[in-house]
Ligand binder design. Sequence first.
Ligand code: HMH
Length: 227
Amino acid sequence: MEGRGGEREGARMIDTWINTHRQMYDRATRHPFVLSVRDGSVDSSSFKRWLGQDYIFVRQFVPFLASLLLKACRESEDQSDVEVLLGGIASLHDELSWFKKEASKWDVMLNAITPQKANQDYCRFLESLMLPEVDYTVAITAFWAIESVYQKSFSSCLEAGSNTPAELLETCQRWGNDGFGQYCCVLRGIAERRLETVSKDVVMMAEGVFVRVLESEIRFWDMSYGE
Ligand SMILES: Cc1ncc(CO)c(N)n1
């Protein structure tokens, strides 16, 4: 039963962070761009800008996830982490195809897009997390936070009472579907399990990375309004 008590402690840790940084958490998960998707007032140029920039981001996400998989293979005491992350890599393959299909639907030329400043900064942050000296716990916390901001944001566009335009439903379902929600819960569980075993320093680093993800996500959504 010791392990169970510890899990609760880890769960409290992430809840505590969310409460401590509530304002920033809400700005990331209820951003005006997402609210405009939800209420149907979004304009197509914002959506297209987001789509093009996110394609670039997701391409950078592949090496990040590969580095996380490597850390899990080396450092995780639980074999199922590796399988979860391998599943994540497999879905990225499908996601990249989806971006190409969606871009052609919206006449977005993916090969002509240059990453904007906020995107470059975010990708550089991901690169810093790929370094071998970055702890697996810190990196998996970042990964959970990155995925869960999208899960929270897009699932809100599918809730009863939302007025999401039909042509954006597929996008919202990609990150807002129940399966993705469960995947985020599993990632959170891994992060929580790890957080209870590491030193205070590593926990503080993980919290810092959580905050940095929220800031980066807010700036990423901001890009949809143009430079
Ligand atoms: C910027 C950003 N954050 C999170 C996700 C979720 O994978 C994404 N596709 N893009």
